[in-house]
Design a protein around this ligand. Sequence first.
Ligand code: C2O
Ligand code: CU
Length: 704
Amino acid sequence: MRVVRAAVGVTGCVIALTAGAQSVRFDAGCSPQTPLFSSPYCAELVAVPDLPGARGVMQLTPVVSPFGIAVDSAGRQRQRLTLVIEGLPGPASLGPYTTYVAWAYSLSMDQEHRLGVVHAGRVQLGEMPASLVQFRVLVSAERDGRVASRGRGGKLVMRATSPSALLLAHRDVMTPFMAGGSGTMEHGEHSAHWPKPAPDPRITPTPGMAGMAPAVAPLLPSAPPTSSAKPREIVRLSSGDTLSLAASIVAKNVAGKRFLMYGYNGQIPGPLISVTKNAQIVVRFINGIDQPSTIHWHGVRLENRFDGTAHVTQEPVAPGDSFTYRVRFPDAGVYWYHPHVREDIQQDLGLYGNILVRAVHPNVHREEVLALDDLTLDSTGAQLPYGSDAPTHALMGRFGSLLLVNGEPSYALGVRRGEVVRFYLTNVANARLLNLTFHGAQVKLIGSDMGNFERESWTTHVTIAPAERYIVDARFSTPGRHAIVNHVQWLDHARGIYRDVADTLGFVQVSDAPAPTLSGARYDELRRDQNVSREMATLRRYVARPPDRTLTLGLKLKDVPPSMLAMLAGMSVPVDWNDGMPQMHWALTGREVTWTISDERGRENMAIDWRFKRGRVLKLRIKNRFDVAHAMAHPMHLHGQRFVVLARNGIPNETLGWKDTAVLPAGETMDLLVELTNPGRWMLHCHIAEHLGTGMMTVFAVDP
Ligand code: C2O
Ligand code: CU
């Protein structure tokens, strides 16, 4: 009961209904009255007309994944199915039947799966076949409950359609607006100056969007470059060392065009800083770009005044000025640094770098630190400009058309047969989530943002949201060339369908020469990290406690033309892997879109003024509303502290470890346990750069 209720992100009351012989408890978040499009996990089960007393719901519960997003290696949702039915008479009363059986079908009815025997009341039917991305469920009365698949032959009694199949095709939605359709953004004063975003041949262009342009002026780096971009260098630092990091405008060739970008010390990504745990270094930042900037040390529990948060911990550093940071690294793991001013521009143009903080050397042949990114091109293959005084792409964030690994469109690695490679992955993209498969490798999930999970696990894929990090070991046993691929489900909004999309990020070439055997534990063994285990053991008791505080994620729109609003209706999915309407989403700016975080008292964003005592452990629940004009998954990041994701949708998380960023799919709920150990004023925000840039942030204080 508890599990199913929480699965739709609602912990409110339960409605008891009585009809006929059976009385069933429907859940307030998923009952036959639940409005359409209000949850990605709830749909009405409709009875055939000659069974007027019967009704019910189909509830889907995302499986718990270490990545917080329940998908398989193809990016298809993994969810368990529960049917709640009331008022269904005994099957024998309908004819020569003994049993009710539930079946799942693809929308075209060319796939049929027998789900199991059902009856009035609550029946759990296990995990749905992932191949059914959009599906229908039928319940039939059968002579024999053991009927095999392909065997539905009895009377049809009830049916439901998956929420994923309720996406409206735009060709339908647009029709009434095609004739008159003018809106404030269509002939903006700046539209003549904007190049168009590159169309993607894999999605159908949305009709009626041709005249759209953002209502802000286009912006790209103005000054001439000081150098051409160099690849990242590794900088090993010891406690007390000083590093100069100068941000400057650089020229970089990307896919045959010359781009003006930003680099730290002329490098994209910026220098990889390698330190040992508990080191403290000094970083002298020199701002040589044409915008004010700062450096934020993402995930590092440092002294508050060096956090680099513009207008919260420091004033932005003006072009030509400098600022000195003192950075201490109390936790092993992989971190990153980036500006905390107009991330949608500065980070996207190349201002990001990694920090590897070590406690012990891992037992692997090789380590690779990969920053995963994307870049948005215009229709000529040149750079698509940014919004001058407000971000463009404010609704979905700027999904790039070109995937990058460490700043390059193609990644290549050569290894020997049997080599174990430790990959430290960071998603530095503005908005795009990735679902990576290392083909040809046996992959072990080791850790995330702030060090190891309490135990290792095997995985077929790595799902990573903006600003998150995952650490995986991959053993390449088979000689040959193996691809690293982003396998996801793209939405084609114009058609109202999903599509398998695979984007290759690079290749690992495995030679015939064998790698030397590693000493220590065998690769096949899954190890436990005793220290993390001990820490997590003390936190588990919080799972059952009610949350101390609750935040709700939402969205506000203003001055959006009715034709656009119409297209947003019913378009939300738990996770967007692509921008299915690039023309329209590009044109929406921070002027029209405000993303919100609100507390229990209804205060929003920077108006929330939470204060906590240092040393306290805070159980924070975050709910992500689905019933807004365009719900999205939000990677939520907390500065200066660490947390664990205790539970999702009321179900305990089995893969515990310290994190600073956790993604929350639309329509879901997560419970974080935050250790408030570091005094100061810290930000909590969504890490989609355009959501942060349109208000989705707050500040909380930890008193000394
Ligand atoms: Cu990675 Cu507030 O930032
Ligand atoms: Cu967001």
